[in-house]
Design a protein around this ligand. Structure first.
Ligand code: ATP
Length: 317
């Protein structure tokens, strides 16, 4: 009798991951601080966060390049290193040795020879738009072209999961666009993909799901459209009568769409999905003057969600 089908395995399962580094000054930095993340097969997920949020460290843990201080990481139910060796997962990292003297084609060939069942070299070169550059030495390729080459190398084992750490860093707009067009075609074949980015626009254009990280933790996780709506809130500030501040704060907090109300002296700062409503209330009902409205940046969204955008530092013990 055939065995019952095993339950569908998560592509990625990170549970309670913790990674602590020691900074040059001796402080302990919780680069990844109790991070949980499950990715199901076929999902395209953006890992979005400011500098130092813990994206690269999370990816390194997921690829088995570093070991967690606590928690666990598995890829298709396997320890990360096993999954990499089996060609189930491959990565385009920000750095990564390319041999300067080889041509693009030679590089792809050499790396293909290290896999038991690699994809066809010419086909991968074609798929990644490198055909015109195939005879060029790596040292003569631009940063963006080298990044495409890394992408080609990552496709060689025909991985189920592609992990990309800021794959378009250093590319101009045109190169960025081309890169994502290729990536989109790869994703359409049903591959699972996780990519780290600073850019909300990249998450918006290419990921159905966005996981926002800050301070080594997941601070928001959901459909990208939802995260974008959260991040695109506006910030309204005004001076309010000094003798009414408590009442003003209470009334602002009661408005729909308002997320945070912060009072510094007699200056109130409000983040809200409905800035018009806040501005109207401040000017018409609450005696506000000196009104300013600004678009909430991604940084603002992080601050709202976390209260901080830096990794947590502990004093050295
Ligand atoms: N090897 C290390 N030694 C000491 N601190 C480290 C090390 N690697 C990372 N960190 C620190 O851990 C925190 C998270 O870094 P990480 O590179 O994971 O963030 P990131 O989100 O990828 O940032 P970026 O977008 O700038 O690449 C940062 O404060 C960083 O300085």
């Amino acid at each position: 009798m055939p065995a019952a089908a095993p339950p569908a395995t998560d592509a990625v399962a990170l549970r309670g991951l913790l990674k602590i580094f020691r900074s040059a000054e001796g402080a302990r930095v919780r680069a990844v601080d109790g991070l949980d993340l499950v990715i199901r097969p076929g999902e395209i997920v953006a890992l979005l966060g400011p500098n130092g949020a813990g994206k690269t460290t999370t990816i390194d843990l997921l690829l088995g390049l570093t070991e967690p201080d606590a928690g666990s990481a598995s890829v298709y139910g396997l320890p990360p290193r096993r999954a990499v060796l089996d060609g189930r997962v491959s990565a385009v990292l920000q750095t990564g040795g390319l041999l300067a003297d080889l041509t693009v084609r030679e590089t792809v060939r050499v790396v293909a020879s290290t896999y038991p069942r690699p994809a066809d070299v010419a086909e991968v070169i074609e798929r990644t738009g490198l055909t015109a550059l195939a005879g060029r030495r790596v040292s003569r390729c631009s940063g963006g072209e080298q990044q495409r080459l890394r992408f080609a190398l990552a496709l060689l084992p025909e991985p189920d999961l592609l992990v990309l750490d800021e794959p378009t860093a250093g590319m101009d707009v045109g190169a960025r666009h081309e890169f994502w067009a290729t990536m989109r075609a790869e994703a359409a074949t049903g591959r699972t993909a996780l990519f780290a980015t600073h850019y909300l626009e990249e998450a918006d254009a290419y990921a159905q799901r966005t996981v926002m990280v800050a301070g080594g933790r997941v601070v928001a996780d959901g459909p990208t459209a939802e995260i974008r709506a959260r991040a695109s809130g506006r910030v309204v500030s005004a001076s309010v009568p000094a003798d009414r501040t408590a009442d003003v704060v209470r009334r602002l907090e009661a408005l729909s769409g308002v997320r945070t109300v912060d009072l510094q002296g007699d200056r109130v700062t409000v983040t809200s999905a409905d800035s018009d409503e806040v501005a109207k209330a401040l000017l018409n009902d609450l005696g506000g003057t000196g009104l300013e409205v600004a678009t909430g940046s991604l940084e603002t969204a992080f601050l709202q969600l976390t209260g901080t955008d830096a990794a947590h530092e502990e004093t050295s013990r």
